[in-house]
Structures are given as C-alpha cells and as structure tokens.
Ligand binder design. Structure first.
Ligand code: THU
Length: 134
C-alpha cells in the first residue's frame, strides 16, 4: 500500500469500527481524499426503520461537504465480507457528483486492498452534473 492508501485505509477502518449496524451486522467504513489532500471518513448508520439507514460512503461524502470541500480525488471502502465489497449502486452515483470518472476506488477487506476500480469502471455511461449544464 502507498502511504496515501494507508492513510485512507486507517481512517476507513477506524470509521468501520464505529459503524452502527445492529440490523445487518455488516459494518462498513469509507474514506475519501479531497482535492486539498484531507481525508474524510464515515461509517454506515442503520435505523430501526430500515430504509432510513445510510451507507458509509454517504457519511464520508457528507463529512467532506460539511467541511466545505467539493472534489474527491481518491476513495477507499472497507468491510469484513469474504467477497470484494464494492460500493452499492446508490453510492456510486453519490460519488459521481464529486469525483471524476478516473478517480480510483479501493475495495478493501480487513487485510488490505482486494480490488481497485475507477469510478467509470463501477458506473459506466453515467449521468452527472454536466448533463444538466450542457
Ligand atoms: N453498505 C454501505 O455502507 N456501503 C455500501 O456501498 C454497501 C452497503 C451498508 C448499508 C447497510 O448498513 C449494510 O452495509 C448492509 O447492506
């Protein structure tokens, strides 16, 4: 892992350990690096009214936007699944709002990076902000 990936990984694992996931028992952590270089992390937060829960990526994006930033340059997610845990469809679209299609997304298990994708790999032929401004 590069130092940059390690910083994202450490932040995402810490967030995963704080996840509120009593219904799925599937804690997830996410970390995004903004254009300024700062890392913002988040976890999934579930709810007794199941559809009201939200994903780790959404928490990380909200932390970044709340801090006044709008551009994501690197993304990392971590979960304890044996399968490669890629971002859900909704989170791919949420990332699309703030990340270029070339932005790398590292899908991790507790042991480290299992797969690397670009946002374009995960969300091909996507709809984004520029469609509304052309
Ligand atoms: N989850 C995430 O946090 N990110 C994803 O991209 C996939 C799913 C969460 C939502 C829910 O709290 C739990 O994982 C099981 O779906």
């Amino acid at each position: 892992m590069t130092p940059s990936q390690q910083e994202l990984f450490d932040a995402a694992v810490t967030a995963m350990e704080r996840a509120y996931a009593p219904y799925s028992n599937f804690p997830v952590g996410a970390a995004v690096r903004s254009a300024s270089g700062v890392v913002y992390a988040g976890c999934n937060v579930e709810n007794a009214a199941y559809p009201q829960g939200w994903c780790a990526e959404a928490s990380a994006i909200a932390a970044m936007v709340s801090a006044g930033e709008r551009e994501i340059v690197e993304v990392l997610t971590v979960c304890r699944s044996e399968l490669v845990g890629t971002c859900c469809g909704g989170c791919r679209q949420k990332l699309r709002e703030f990340a270029a299609l070339s932005v790398p997304i590292y899908a991790c298990g507790p042991d480290g990076i299992r797969a690397t994708f670009t946002l374009d790999d995960l969300l091909p032929h996507s709809f984004g902000p520029e469609h509304l401004h052309s």
